[in-house]
Design a protein around this ligand. Structure first.
Ligand code: ADP
Ligand code: ASP
Ligand code: MG
Length: 438
C-alpha cells in the first residue's frame, strides 16, 4: 500500500481539500494518506502558546477566536449536506474547546504540545468526513496511537511498526486511511511532535513501518528544485535524486523535505516521489537508490549555524586532541555538521547552541576558542565522482565571496561551504548561475 502525504497548502482551503480527494481516489487503490494542518494553522498555534508562556491570556484567547472564525467558514464551504456540515461543526467545537481549556491555569509544556497537535487533528477529521460525504470508504487512523519517539526524541520505528498493525486491523478494509502528520507520543506517553515540517517524516516512517512500495510527498511545487526558489531568480526541477543526495539536501536546508524524511525510506529502500498537488500530472522528483542522472544536482542552504575554531595550547603532534574535543560535544549531546582541520586547530560547526557556554568552558581548559555566529552552510550536492571539473566550477562561482570553511571528501555527494548569512543570497545566486545556467 502506498503512503501519500499532503502539506499545509495542499489542504489549505476547501477547494484544495477537494483536489486532494480527487488525487487519492484517482487510481482506486487503497492508500494511507498523511495530512498536515491547514497552512498557517501551526504558526497560529505556536503564537497562541507563546502568548500563554508570556502570561497574556487575553491575547491568546483573541488568537483562538480568530482561528475559530476561519474554521467555521471552512466547514460551511466544505460540505454540501446538513448532516456533514453538522459533523464538521462538532469537530470544530471539540478541538476549539480543547484549545480554550489550555488557557486556564498555569501554562506548561504538556499544554503547549496539546495546542500544537490540534491543527493536524482538525484537518484529518475534516477531510475524513469530506471523503465519507462523497461515498468513499475511509477510516481515520489516530497517529497518537502509533507514532512514537524515544527518550532522545528520536523516532522509534520498531515501536511504530508494532503499534500500527493492530490499528490497521481494527480499521478493517477501507479505500482510504487518513492519518495525522507531525504529531506523536513521546517515551512518557505525552503528546509530542516530530518538529516543524514533520509530516513528511511521518509519511516516510509509516512507509517503512508498513513496508510500503512508495511514499509520495505532495506539496505546492513540482518537486525538488536545483536551488531555493524563494531566494534565487531561476530554478529548475531535478527529475531524479539518489537517497543520499536527497538526504543531504533536506538536512542542509531544502525546505520541501523535513531533514530526516529520506532516512527511513532509504533504509527500507522505498522510493519517495515529490509531487505537485496543484498540477498532479507533472512527473515530479523521484528519490531512489537507482542512479539515473549524474553530475551536480542542486544547492541548498541551512542558516542558524555557529562556527567554532579550537586551537590547541600545545603545538604540533598533540595526539588525543581531537578525541578530547569530540568527547565534550558528545557529553552535551551537540552534533557537529561540518569540520575541517589544520595542524594545530580545528574549525567545526553546530546548529544547537543550547550548551555552547558549557562546551566553550570545557574546551578552554586545553585550547583557545573563537566563536562566529550568524553563519550559513551552503551545500552543493551531486555525483562529484563523475564530475571531475566540479571544484573549478564551485571555486569560480565563489569568486569575491568571503568563505569561512569548505569541506569535501566526507561523502562524494556533497561539498559544504560555510559563509556569513549576509552573503547567502549572493552565494546561492552565483552558484546557480555558474553550475546550472552557464
Ligand atoms: P508543505 O506545506 O507541503 O510541507 P513546504 O512549504 O514545507 O510545503 O515545502 C515546499 C516549499 O519548499 C516550496 O514551496 C518551496 O518554496 C520550498 N523550497 C525550498 N527549497 C526548495 C527546493 N530546493 N526545491 C523545491 N522547493 C523548495
Ligand atoms: N503542521 C506542521 C508544521 O507546520 C507539520 C507540517 O506541516 O509538516 O510544521
Ligand atoms: Mg513541509
Amino acid at each position: 500500500m502506498k503512503v501519500y502525504k499532503f502539506g499545509g497548502t495542499s489542504v489549505g482551503s476547501p477547494e484544495n481539500m477537494r483536489s486532494v480527494m480527487e488525487i487519492i481516489t484517482a487510481d482506486g487503490e487503497p492508500k494511507i494518506v498523511v495530512l498536515s494542518a491547514m497552512s498557517g494553522t501551526t504558526n497560529s498555534l505556536v503564537e497562541i502558546s507563546n502568548k500563554l508562556y508570556a502570561g497574556d491570556k487575553q491575547a491568546a484567547k483573541a488568537l483562538i477566536d480568530t482561528l475559530k472564525q476561519k474554521y467555521d467558514k471552512v466547514v460551511d464551504e466544505l460540505y454540501t449536506t446538513l448532516e456533514f456540515k453538522s459533523k464538521g461543526q462538532e469537530v470544530i467545537s471539540e478541538h476549539f474547546s480543547t484549545l480554550y481549556d489550555q488557557v486556564e491555569g498555569t501554562f506548561t509544556e504538556v499544554k503547549e504540545q496539546i495546542i500544537l497537535a490540534q491543527g493536524e487533528l482538525i484537518s484529518t477529521a475534516l477531510v475524513t468526513y469530506l471523503l465519507q460525504e462523497n461515498g468513499i470508504k475511509t477510516a481515520l487512523l489516530p497517529s497518537l496511537d502509533f507514532m512514537r519517539i524515544d527518550e532522545d526524541k528520536q523516532a522509534d520505528l520498531p515501536k511504530i511498526k508494532e503499534l500500527i498493525k493492530p490499528v490497521l486491523d481494527k480499521a478493517g478494509p477501507q479505500q482510504i486511511y487518513i492519518a495525522q502528520g507531525f504529531i506523536c507520543r513521546n517515551a512518557y506517553g505525552d503528546i509530542d511532535n516530530l518538529q516543524r515540517g514533520g509530516s513528511d517524516y511521518t509519511a516516510s516512517l509509516l512507509g517503512a513501518a508498513i513496508d510500503s512500495e512508495e511514499v509520495q510527498i505532495w506539496t505546492d511545487i513540482d518537486g525538488m528544485h536545483n536551488n531555493d526558489p524563494r531566494i534565487v531568480d531561476k530554478t529548475t526541477r531535478v527529475d531524479n535524486l539518489l537517497f543520499v543526495e536527497a538526504a543531504e539536501l533536506a538536512y542542509f536546508g531544502a525546505k520541501i523535505l523535513h531533514p530526516l524524511t529520506v532516512l527511513p525510506a532509504k533504509d527500507a529502500n522505498i522510493p519517495v516521489r515529490l509531487k505537485n498537488t496543484m498540477s498532479p500530472s507533472d512527473p515530479g522528483t523521484l528519490i531512489s537508490n537507482e542512479k539515473i542522472d549524474s553530475g551536480l544536482k542542486a544547492v541548498a542552504a541551512k542558516d542558524g549555524i555557529t562556527a567554532i575554531k579550537i586551537r590547541s595550547y600545545r603545538m604540533l603532534m598533540a595526539y588525543g586532541f581531537l578525541r578530547k574535543v569530540f568527547e565534550i560535544f558528545e557529553r552535551y549531546k551537540t552534533s557537529i555538521d561540518m569540520i575541517t582541520t589544520s595542524e594545530v586547530s580545528i574549525s567545526l560547526t553546530i546548529d544547537n547552541v543550547k550548551n555552547l557556554d558549557h562546551i566553550v568552558d570545557e574546551l578552554n581548559t586545553f585550547s583557545e576558542v573563537e566563536i562566529d555566529n550568524n553563519m550559513t552552510i551552503v551545500c552543493v550536492v551531486g555525483d562529484m565522482k563523475s564530475e571531475t571539473n566540479f571544484s573549478k566550477q564551485i571555486f569560480d562561482a565563489l569568486e569575491g565571496i568571503p568563505v569561512r570553511m569548505i569541506s569535501y571528501g566526507g561523502s562524494l555527494h556533497n561539498v559544504s561551504i560555510l559563509i556569513n548569512t549576509d552573503n547567502k543570497k549572493q552565494t546561492l545566486q552565483k552558484l546557480s548561475d555558474h553550475l546550472f545556467y552557464n
